[in-house]
Design a protein around this ligand. Structure first.
Ligand code: SF4
Ligand code: SF4
Length: 133
């Protein structure tokens, strides 16, 4: 059984292209994300939601800037230490457990995802990652 780091490298290697930070992807922010990001940028949580988020199905998601990227993207993630849980977990998301085809779908927009990785290995790794958090 490979180590977590080896398994992760076999499944995914970020190319730092920024594509996942572009477009209306729906980066949801949890209550904890809102509090952490607000503290980090020195904003009130209510002000953060009004100024830096949009609503999707009544839930706050990070807004986009006029360049089409996430409002916190500036050649890199400017809130990296407190970026939302969804960004921290990418691409090892719960949706892969619901349907492993999501791995391939996500790979269409993320060149770092290894599509030749065996489905069983992907699911096992995602289960392991999610069980730790
Ligand atoms: S799209 Fe994938 S490879 Fe590109 S920066 Fe995002 S996670 Fe990394
Ligand atoms: S918070 Fe950071 S990592 Fe997440 S979408 Fe925005 S710029 Fe990208």
């Amino acid at each position: 059984m490979p180590s977590d780091q080896m398994a992760s490298d076999m499944l995914f290697e970020c190319r730092r292209c920024g594509d996942c930070c572009k477009g209306y992807g729906g980066t949801y922010v949890t209550r904890e994300d809102i509090e952490a990001i607000s503290r980090y940028i020195g904003a009130d949580p209510g002000e953060f939601v009004t100024e830096y988020c949009q609503l999707s199905a009544n839930k706050p998601i990070l807004a986009q800037g006029s360049n089409g990227y996430c409002i916190f993207w500036d050649k890199l993630c400017t809130i990296h230490p407190v970026k939302p849980l969804m960004c921290k977990r990418w691409p090892f998301l719960k949706s892969i457990l619901a349907d492993s085809k999501n791995w391939q779908t996500m790979a269409d927009s993320c060149p770092g995802i290894h599509t030749d990785a065996p489905t069983r290995m992907v699911k096992k790794y995602v289960e392991k990652i999610l069980s730790k958090k």
